[in-house]
Design a protein around this ligand. Structure first.
Ligand SMILES: [Zn+2]
Length: 128
């Protein structure tokens, strides 16, 4: 694999390890065969950029075990994403309720102020 291909792959993955999603410096990026060559993995689409930790973990584990582990990791990441989305929506809802209450309060005060003005005007008329 030439330097240009390597760099393209790294950029295509947004400078992140395909397995742990951590950002990796270009010089620390390693090229990994998703399906090991010994298991028939061939071609450009079988090549990914991984950090050294993931690559060596992958190398030390049987392929199926690493795949399971990766699937679990991906699921945990998806769950975390969902949790963040839920809490974001909750904040948005709290904010719109606060705005609504503020508006109601403002309307109420305006109403009271109007009543007070009317009352004062009435009193002024009586006294004159
Ligand atoms: Zn990694």
């Amino acid at each position: 694999m030439c330097v240009k291909q390597r760099k393209l792959l790294w950029l295509r993955q947004h400078r992140r390890c395909v397995y742990c999603r951590r950002e990796i410096a270009y010089h620390a990026a390693t090229i990994d065969h998703v399906v090991p060559r010994s298991m028939g993995g061939r071609g450009g689409s079988n090549l990914v950029v991984a950090c050294e930790t993931c690559n060596s973990t992958k190398g030390s584990l049987p392929h199926s075990e690493f795949v399971n582990r990766f699937a679990e990791l991906a699921k945990a990441r998806a769950d975390a994403k969902l949790q963040r989305r839920i809490s974001r929506n909750r904040r948005r809802l709290a904010w719109s309720i606060a705005l609504w209450l503020h508006k109601q309060e403002a309307l109420y005060f305006e109403e009271q102020l109007e009543k007070l003005r009317a009352f004062r005007a009435e009193r002024a008329e009586i006294h004159h």
